[in-house]
Every structure is written in structure tokens, then in C-alpha cells.
Design a protein around this ligand. Structure first.
Ligand code: C5P
Length: 221
């Protein structure tokens, strides 16, 4: 019963968290959503009135912030200083600012340290942007999950766009912009690691994507 680490990276809305959660369930592993950690920092900065561009102040804020991830009945929950922020980190205010917050080196150093500690005993399915390329370069299985931008926007729209009062077209523009910011930043940008398996989910169901990743994981055990 060897355990491995699985890194799942890719652009916004590719289905990483849905898929990673199910893969973790099937394998009896822990699911770690690193985007939620960046979102928690973005939310805390926003609430404290700290500019998303001010990396030094955000890093200082982060020093005293307690971010906790723990499994709940319907997925990972996030607490900031003891308060459940699982829903709040998905708000539009956070989504529009998180990429800038995540661009700062000092912010990333701190969160990457937490992420590596969480995966240290193996048996982690971790999703994000730089997991295979930077956080867990020795992960036994690396997947780069993509889908066309149209499909990704449509998925996001059906999840939350409609209820947040944003049009499909607007969501698509925001996704393109977030991918651009994440792929072009200086510190550990969104990139496919050279040894990551490419999986395009445009024409696949969630079940098919999960099945493929679980099948790959079996070859690593
Ligand atoms: O995965 P999610 O869309 O929730 O991530 C929100 C944002 O957090 C991303 O757009 C990116 O700016 C940042 N992020 C990151 N590195 C990760 C995970 C997320 O920079 N490993």
C-alpha cells in the first residue's frame, strides 16, 4: 500500500477541483485545493483594505493569519482565523483580485511551505497552477488539465455565474484575463511541467476524466 502524490494543474475552470476531489475520494487520499489558500489571502487583504498590488503588506498580514483547510461533508472547507470562509472565498470580489495577490513572491513562499507540509506524508491530490512545476516537483503523477475557454466559461457560468449576475461573455473575458495573469507572472507561473500528462476535458465527462487519472495513478503504485 504505497501512497503517491498527485499534482493537478491547469487554467481556471478546467474542472480541477471537482476532479481532484473525486480522485481523492476513490483513492482514500486527501484533497488539497491550493487555489483556496490564495483566495483566503485575497479575501483577508480585501477585508483589511490592503491593496492587492501591495505584496509587502499582504505578506505581513499573512504572518498573523491562520488559514486552515479541513475536510467537510461536501468538500474542503477553509477557515480564516477560525471563521469559516468557504463560501466567501468564491465571491466575485475575491475572484477578480486573487491573481494579483498570488503574483507576489513573499505570498507564494509562505503558502508553498504550507502546501509542501500538507503533502509530506504522501497520499495527497493537490490542485493548483504550479504544483507539478514547483510545489511538488517529485510528485509521482502530474496531470495538466485543460479545456477550451468556451467550455470552461460555460461550466463556471452554470456553477455560479448566473447567481452572481454575470453574463457568460463577461465570465469568459475574466477567465481569459486570469489565465493570462497566471501564465505571465514572474514567480512560478501557470505552466505545464515537462513530465505532466496533458488531459483535455473539453469533450469528456467528469467521470471520464476521473477514470483516466485513477488509471494513471494505478500505474504508479
Ligand atoms: O484554483 P482557483 O481558480 O481557485 O485559483 C485562484 C487563483 O489562485 C488562480 O487564478 C491563481 O492566481 C492563484 N493560484 C496560484 N497558484 C496555485 C493555485 C492558485 O497562483 N497553486
Amino acid at each position: 500500500n504505497e501512497r503517491i502524490n498527485i499534482a493537478i494543474d491547469g487554467p481556471a475552470g478546467a474542472g480541477k477541483s471537482t476532479v481532484a476531489k473525486k480522485v481523492a475520494e476513490l483513492l482514500g487520499y486527501v484533497y488539497i485545493d491550493t487555489g483556496a489558500m490564495y483566495r483566503a489571502v485575497a479575501l483577508a487583504a480585501y477585508r483589511s483594505g490592503v491593496d492587492a498590488a501591495d505584496g509587502d503588506r499582504i505578506a505581513r498580514l499573512l504572518e498573523t493569519l491562520k488559514i486552515a483547510l479541513y475536510p467537510g461533508p461536501d468538500g474542503q472547507r477553509v477557515c480564516i482565523d477560525g471563521e469559516d470562509a468557504t463560501a466567501a472565498i468564491r465571491s466575485r470580489e475575491v475572484t477578480l483580485r486573487v491573481s494579483q495577490v498570488a503574483s507576489h513572491e513573499r505570498v507564494r513562499l509562505r503558502l508553498v511551505e504550507m502546501q509542501r507540509a500538507l503533502a509530506a506524508s504522501k497520499g495527497a491530490v493537490m490542485d493548483g497552477r504550479d504544483i507539478g512545476s514547483h510545489v511538488l516537483p517529485h510528485a509521482e503523477l502530474k496531470v495538466f488539465l485543460t479545456a477550451s475557454v468556451k467550455v470552461r466559461a460555460a461550466r463556471r457560468f452554470s456553477e455560479s455565474g448566473a447567481e452572481q449576475g454575470v453574463s457568460l461573455e463577461q465570465l469568459e473575458r475574466e477567465i481569459v484575463e486570469r489565465d493570462r495573469a497566471d501564465a505571465q507572472r514572474v514567480h512560478s507561473p501557470l505552466v505545464r511541467a515537462s513530465d505532466a500528462k496533458l488531459l483535455d476535458s473539453t469533450d469528456l465527462s467528469i467521470e471520464q476524466v476521473v477514470e483516466q487519472i485513477v488509471a494513471w495513478s494505478r500505474t504508479k503504485l
